[in-house]
Design a protein around this ligand. Structure first.
Ligand SMILES: [Mg+2]
Length: 220
């Protein structure tokens, strides 16, 4: 799928790519509306409708990914609510082996996420994946979400890379498109970000079922 001899840097998304998106979907679509309804004394269905509308309004922005933004918008301690369902945080199959194999092959391995630093901290403390990376970068540090091509230029200032020698694996088509617009040469999507949802076809990009699909014989 990938000519590894051409790759020097590997950028990996976190939620839905390395980790099962079930946690995030459950958290935002069920847990938050439930707790919001309890906290504000409204019907859960009404709370869900109201909250989904607010999500849509912020989709693709840094605010959508910000724990602090939603805490003040909804009047809930979002970080604390995440702890309540943290047992649902799960690593997709073959992720640690893949990260170690790529690093052993001399590639630079960098987590590049839109997740807020509080979410990143919770997920790394739960999964211990952080030890497999050369660097962890959140888009909040750069002030732009990955959906904007300008993000990939801004990333050069903290993590210099050559677009023709860089691979990005991300479950968001919007993010893959923005990376393609900037010129990143090797792009891979994910067929099943959330293991509780059906597998999705992806026409626009190459896509993996698991990281075994990307593990080249030469470096495994
Ligand atoms: Mg993702």
């Amino acid at each position: 799928m990938i000519d590894w001899s051409r790759v020097r840097t590997v950028f990996l998304d976190m939620d839905g790519t390395l980790l099962d998106l079930h946690f995030d979907n459950h958290f935002w679509l069920h847990h938050v509306p439930q707790r919001y309804a309890q906290h504000h004394g409204v019907e859960e269905e009404d709370a869900r409708r109201d909250i989904l509308e607010r999500y849509q309004h912020r989709s693709g922005t840094l605010e959508w990914y910000s724990v602090d933004f939603w805490a003040s918008e909804l009047g809930l301690d979002i970080a604390c609510l995440k702890e309540e369902v943290a047992h649902l945080i799960a690593v997709h199959p073959h992720v640690p082996e893949f990260l170690d194999a790529v690093r052993a092959a001399g590639k630079r391995v960098v987590l590049v996420t839109n997740a807020h630093h509080k979410s990143l901290t919770l997920k790394m403390s739960r999964t211990r994946l952080d030890v497999h990376f050369d660097a962890l970068i959140t888009s909040h540090e750069l002030g732009l979400p990955k959906e904007q091509p300008a993000f990939w230029q801004a990333l050069q200032a903290v993590e210099p890379y050559a677009v023709e020698h860089t691979l990005l694996v991300d479950d968001s088509l919007a993010v893959l498109r923005s990376a393609r617009d900037y010129g990143i040469a090797h792009l891979v999507a994910v067929h099943q970000p959330d293991t509780r949802q059906p597998r999705k076809d992806v026409d626009e990009f190459q896509a993996i079922d698991t990281f075994l699909d990307l593990m080249p014989g030469g470096i495994s």
